[in-house]
Design a protein around this ligand. Structure first.
Ligand SMILES: [Zn+2]
Length: 654
């Protein structure tokens, strides 16, 4: 990183929106200024500049940290070493890392990549040196492997063969480029988040091997290879370009951009039916990254247009109320939502993880509240909801099946894709709460936290019990004499937001979906209190949102999706922890009658009342036959049966 700090402008651009904007600080001990990346409209703060305060997100971060420390690097390194001809130091892990029925998917080693990212982020988020040590150890081990291989790093049972075969146009097993992306991204983050110079060396050496291996592959064959899931290869290679300024990496990044997806999206055509969801999202993040790292972004407007269109169509037409989407990992026709509700394989957590990354990338160019309305929805109802607060393990699917439960991975025998993205999720909550431009601080999320905006001499704390309470309190703890603007997100779900400065000036903001701006010379001790009244809302399934008499609806309070509590029949301690994600739906089945609602939508709202003053607990009595339902936040329905969408007693007739 040192050489990049020499060129401030390069450094700024380097930390462009998609990944890396989080990562300005190479060391936890010295958060750098965090300027706005060139070519973007808003920058993010490094994780080291933000600390979480008491609340559910800090609790999730701590559970994740504990799990990261329980995992053993030598076990994750086993196959990397053996492929390089080195003696492994510990037995390999199970699940996707080594055993049937997952050998064919060639995801061996993906966990190590995610682990590097998660540990490097956790280091920035906590300053705990143990995570830095783990990153350094793994990077050194991978460097040793490269001495033997000449550059490639794989944990596949057949070594580098799947990559070579894919490039040769031969039959190849699984998703080797998907897995390779995770390893490259882990090395990138080891460099950016931990400040490991060695990681950049290993990363570029691997990228060099890929560059050579790809050199003679004809365009058509290359594109055909990209029909197979390949993660964010275009994104990470564009990052390697930004880190090195060597254009061959950027050229390689563009070769990894899948034209079959780019074309329709750039034309504003949603041809996503039937496509594997989590294959597409990382490609789209890469399109945005190609645009923003290009020397002539205007020549790549189609890439950014594609990314924006994809985001919009997925959010508006293809997402459940939680912000999750797809069934069996695939997008389905937008009119078919109701058919997919009984599925136990809806809403893969990786997809939400990646949609949040895309959201961050787009917001940096266009800092509007709409992006963070989605981000908040998916963060609470998708990501926070994905972790078992007892074990710290994460979900694969968050099934919409009525009366079903969440299922979580085992600590040492699963290693799903969602285990990998899951360990990253809870290490990076600090990166999106705030953003900034030159003299504006955007408060985008209402999470207990503290921020050090060292470049502007501003420090503040945010105290809140949101969403159990509808207030948050920002206190300036340090300020220099300088006029700054505090831009507070007024969520679209909040028609009137009340802002009180130092207990005196109370203002009502009436621009939901906009920023409320306070411009002044802030002083230490200034307090801004914000009240965000929440109310009950009804979310129909997307395709029938405008129909007026929807048959299936979910209940939401502010941004918090509510789940019906359906008891715990058949659940025993540990029964939700499973090895095999393919068994989702086969285990812990329970056929239960879910009450149906009657009356009008307004009556459904009116018959739903909050039952606890300090926690989000509700009871709805507007159900058939006088039945009532107790409701809690979907993110808290972690160890019980739940229901998300409610059917109308008599389907509406046109
Ligand atoms: Zn996944």
């Amino acid at each position: 990183m040192t050489n990049h700090q020499a060129s401030r402008r390069d450094a700024l651009k380097l930390f462009g929106a998609s990944v890396v904007a989080t990562a300005i600080a190479p060391r936890a001990s010295a958060p750098p200024p965090g300027p706005v990346p060139a070519g973007t409209a808003a920058g993010y703060f490094p994780l080291s500049a933000v600390r979480l305060g008491e609340g559910p997100f800090l609790a999730a971060q701590k559970l994740d940290a504990d799990y990261l420390l329980r995992l053993e690097p030598d076990r994750m390194l086993h196959n990397f070493r053996s492929n390089a001809g080195l003696v492994p130091k510990a037995p390999v892990y199970g699940g996707w890392e080594s055993i049937e029925p997952w050998i064919d998917i060639r995801c061996h080693g993906h966990t190590l990549g995610h682990y590097l990212t998660a540990s490097a982020c956790m280091y920035q988020s906590t300053g705990d040196e143990r995570f830095a040590q783990r990153v350094d150890y793994i990077v050194a081990e991978l460097a040793e492997c490269q001495e033997k291989t000449g550059g490639w790093l794989t944990a596949f049972p057949d070594g580098v063969a799947p990559l070579v075969d894919s490039l040769a146009g031969n039959k190849f097993a699984g998703v080797p480029w998907y897995t390779t992306h995770k390893v490259l991204a882990g090395l990138r983050d080891a460099h950016l988040q931990r400040g490991s110079a060695a990681a950049l060396t290993v990363l570029t050496r691997f990228a060099d091997w890929i560059d050579r291996a790809c050199a003679d592959v004809p365009h058509d064959r290359f594109q055909k290879m990209l029909d197979r899931e390949h993660g964010g290869m275009n994104e990470v290679l564009a990052d390697v370009f930004e880190l090195t300024r060597e254009e061959r990496y950027w050229n390689l990044a563009t070769r990894f951009s899948h034209e079959a997806l780019l074309g329709p999206l750039a034309r504003g055509v949603d041809a996503l039916d039937g496509l594997h969801a989590n294959t597409q999202i990382p490609k789209v993040i890469g399109f945005s990254r190609i645009y923003e790292t290009s020397k002539t972004p205007s020549n790549y407007n189609n890439h950014q247009d594609a990314a924006r269109f994809f985001w919009k169509t997925v959010i508006e037409r293809r997402s459940f109320t939680t912000g999750g989407h797809a069934d069996g990992e695939h997008f389905f026709p937008v009119g078919d939502f109701a058919k997919h509700l009984p599925s136990a394989k809806t809403m893969e957590t990786c997809c939400t993880h990646n949609m949040l990354r895309l959201t961050r990338a787009l917001y940096a160019h266009e800092p509007t509240v709409a992006y963070f309305d989605y981000f908040e929805r998916a963060l609470f109802n998708g990501i926070l909801a994905s972790q078992d607060p007892q074990s710290g393990m994460n979900t694969y699917f968050q099934a919409t099946r009525p009366g079903y439960v969440r299922l979580y991975h085992t600590p040492f025998d699963s290693f799903w894709c969602c285990t990998g993205s899951g360990i990253e999720n809870h290490a990076r909550y600090g990166e999106s709460i705030y953003a900034h431009d030159d003299d504006t601080l955007f408060v985008n999320l209402f999470l207990a936290s503290s921020l050090d905006w060292s470049a502007r001499g501003l420090r503040l704390t945010q105290q809140t019990k949101f969403p159990d309470e509808d207030t948050t309190r920002l206190e300036i703890t340090h300020a220099t004499k300088r006029r700054l603007t505090l831009a507070i997100r007024q969520p679209s779900w909040c028609p009137v937001m009340k802002v009180t400065v130092n207990g005196a000036r109370s203002q009502r903001a009436r621009r939901p979906g906009g920023y409320f701006k306070l411009a002044r010379e802030f002083r230490a001790g200034d307090v801004v209190e914000i009240q965000l009244p929440m109310s009950l809302a009804i979310d129909p399934l997307p395709a029938v949102a405008t129909a007026g008499h929807p048959e299936w609806v979910a209940l939401r309070y502010g941004p918090i999706v509510l789940a019906g509590r359906m008891g715990s029949a058949g659940l025993t301690p540990g029964s939700q922890i499973i090895v095999n994600e393919r068994e989702s739906g086969n285990m812990l089945r329970a056929d239960m009658a879910i009450p149906r609602w009657t009356g009008t939508l307004q009556e459904l709202i009116e018959t739903t009342r909050r039952t606890h003053p300090a926690r989000l607990e509700f009871r709805s009595t507007g159900f058939e036959g006088g039945a009532s339902v107790d409701l809690i936040p979907w993110f808290r329905a972690t160890n019980e049966r739940y229901n998300l969408y409610w059917q109308r007693a008599q389907p509406s007739v046109a």
